[in-house]
Design a protein around this ligand. Structure first.
Ligand SMILES: [Zn+2]
Length: 170
């Protein structure tokens, strides 16, 4: 392969916007997973940016009749940047973070928690338990002044009941 030629750049430039479209389509699918897929949605965006940079450089090489070596240089730079930020660009795990079970494609590609269905439902149940424990704690502290006022109210009533007794005596 002649790195001073334009074979690779021409091939990439001829693909036009298709590489970018192909990497951006999955990004739209992230919508339905919302917050649970926020990190990986950003990752798919970073990957799309990398594809955009490389295809743009390829188109520029063809337009200016330069050579593939600058394209390869751009690929090396993009790869180095992606490697530096690999935890952001590729946060994927093939196995469950909780129990090492194999993950399905949906979890690997979309879900941020990298948990298998069992570990995920366990985590959701634990979170719900923690949330209800918090609300119970809130109810207890919220009730405390009410019980105190309930204790005070009989004391307020006692003079009235004494008066009632006096009235009945009279
Ligand atoms: Zn698991």
């Amino acid at each position: 392969m002649d790195i001073n030629g334009l074979t690779v750049s021409t091939w990439l430039a001829d693909l036009g916007v298709w590489p970018l479209v192909i990497v951006l389509v999955p990004n739209l699918l992230f919508r339905k997973y919302g917050q649970a897929a926020g990190t990986k949605r950003m990752s798919s965006l970073f990957q799309a940016i990398a594809v955009f940079v490389i295809t743009t450089v390829a188109a520029f090489m063809v337009e200016k009749q330069l050579s593939d070596k600058y394209l390869f240089l751009a690929v090396i730079v993009v790869a180095a940047v992606m490697y530096l930020f690999r935890s952001r660009v590729f946060p994927y795990r093939l196995k469950c973070a909780g129990c090492d079970a194999k993950l399905d494609f949906k979890t690997i590609y979309f879900m941020d928690d990298n948990l298998c269905p069992e570990c995920h439902s366990r985590k959701v149940a634990a979170e719900e338990a923690a949330a209800s424990a918090d609300s119970i704690a809130g109810e207890i502290t919220g009730d405390a002044p009410e019980t105190a006022s309930a204790e005070n109210s009989p004391e307020k009533e006692t003079p009235e009941s004494e008066n009632d007794e006096k009235e009945t005596i009279q």
